[in-house]
Design a protein around this ligand. Structure first.
Ligand SMILES: Nc1ncnc2c1ncn2[C@@H]1O[C@H](COP(=O)(O)OP(=O)(O)OP(=O)(O)O)[C@@H](O)[C@H]1O
Length: 238
């Protein structure tokens, strides 16, 4: 089963410690929500996990192996879906899929078939030949999710996927995709400000504040702490 771990990770931007000695661990089959106010360090944590941003000190481990940014094999274990999906603008959805499949060294004969099925589910099948630069933000996001659904690496890191501008069909299909992934043993970590996406969906919540982890546990545990009077948690759960 896949695992991801941060050990004593420090990340600094200028004079600001954005992550201050973060220790965190998760395994395949878990759905972890990252919560915290704007600027708390959620995106930075996802970027450090993915190797997109290097930490000043501390380590990231994937499947117990020390992960460094130039470790291409370990990079293929995950897919980071940021604010703006990393797609080749002049390429179509199909071209982007083929390029990423090469990078991820995935050579399944039915790749286009699977992608077409997910395009249909996300409602972007008719857009498959269009350059992604000519798609709307929500459509681009759907294309990136189609690629994720088709390639299926074992770790999915998503930055505010439920505030990505997708319509109801897109949001519903994303929830289905995540549920399917979890059943297959994928580890999903997503940041969110939406308490309704935490209640009744996430299995675990990691609350970040000022670069430290304030809470790391189940949703009922978080609600209990908020009820007990923790002002920061109470504000997040409001
Ligand atoms: N490239 C950068 N250069 C300088 N400072 C940065 C950079 N990226 C992030 N920061 C700072 O790090 C802090 C944490 O930012 P981060 O984007 O991780 O927060 P966040 O919790 O994801 O916030 P939001 O909810 O607004 O997306 C902020 O104070 C931000 O200004």
């Amino acid at each position: 089963m896949v695992s991801l771990e941060l050990r004593n990770v420090w990340k600094r931007f200028g004079k600001q410690d954005v992550l201050s000695g973060v220790n965190w661990q998760a395994s395949g089959g878990e759905l972890v929500a990252l919560m915290g106010v704007n600027g708390a360090g959620k995106t930075t944590m996802l970027r450090v996990m993915s190797g997109m941003v290097g930490a000043e000190s501390g380590e990231v481990f994937i499947n117990g192996k020390h992960f460094t940014r130039d470790d291409v094999e370990l990079r293929r274990q995950f897919f980071l879906l940021g604010d703006e999906p990393a797609l080749i603008p002049q390429g179509s959805a199909i071209m982007n899929l083929a390029t990423m499949a090469k990078l991820w060294q995935i050579d399944r004969p039915n790749l286009e078939e699977v992608a077409a099925e997910w395009m249909d589910r996300f409602g972007v099948l008719s857009l498959r030949e269009k350059p992604v630069s000519e798609l709307s933000r929500g459509q681009r996001y759907k294309v990136a999710l189609v690629i994720l659904a088709t390639l299926r690496p074992p770790i999915w890191l998503m930055d505010e996927p439920f505030a990505s501008g997708m319509d109801a069909q897109g949001l519903r299909t994303l929830r289905q995709l995540i549920r399917e992934g979890l059943e297959e043993g994928v580890l999903v970590v997503f940041s969110t400000q939406l308490i309704e996406m935490v209640r009744g969906f996430a299995g675990r919540v990691t609350v970040v504040s000022g670069g430290v982890i304030l809470h790391n546990g189940t949703v009922p545990e978080l609600e209990e702490k908020a009820r007990a009077g923790d002002p920061y948690l109470a504000m997040l759960m409001d």
